[in-house]
Design a protein around this ligand. Structure first.
Ligand SMILES: Nc1nc2c([nH]c(=O)n2[C@H]2C[C@H](O)[C@@H](COP(=O)(O)OP(=O)(O)OP(=O)(O)O)O2)c(=O)[nH]1
Length: 128
């Protein structure tokens, strides 16, 4: 099975972090995730995560630190999910694809129903 490379952003708004909920019609319906998406040919990870966040949420971010990538096999596809911490910079948050969002302290994040590949990332975040 082919592995897709996906970046995602752990976006800090002051002391809170943004989680977004996938819509009912997306793959992994209604699961929570960090905004992001597939890396395009020739694109750097940082450029990808900034582009995806702007496309999905209408906001600009400053990318900070790469956390540990997670390889995960879902029943019908495999991903390598590459997380970056980031700070909100500008723009009015608009959900262009997602069903919902939550701004939460990192300790509150674990109680959400995450996409499976995100669980190790949330755990790493709690240890930072
Ligand atoms: N953006 C993002 N995707 C994630 C996370 N965790 C996780 O398992 N994924 C999965 C869901 C998707 O299958 C894939 C990301 O692809 P995408 O967001 O560009 O694509 P998509 O849902 O439109 O899927 P597709 O129909 O185009 O394949 O990675 C995450 O935290 N952020």
């Amino acid at each position: 099975m082919k592995t897709i490379l996906v970046t995602c952003a752990i976006i800090h708004f002051d002391e809170k972090i943004l989680a977004v909920q996938r819509s009912a019609t997306m793959k992994l319906p209604l699961k929570w995730e960090f905004a992001g998406g597939k890396i395009e040919a020739g694109e750097t990870e940082e450029a990808c995560v900034k582009r995806e966040v702007l496309e999905e949420l209408n906001i600009h971010i400053a990318v900070k630190k790469r956390l540990s990538p997670v390889s995960h096999a879902y029943p019908d596809f495999k991903i390598q999910l590459i997380p970056y911490t980031a700070d909100y910079v500008s723009g009015e948050l608009k959900l262009r694809e997602h069903a919902d969002y939550k701004l939460a302290h990192k300790e509150e994040l674990l109680s959400l129903d995450w996409a499976e590949a995100d669980v190790p990332i949330v755990k790493e975040l709690l240890e930072l």
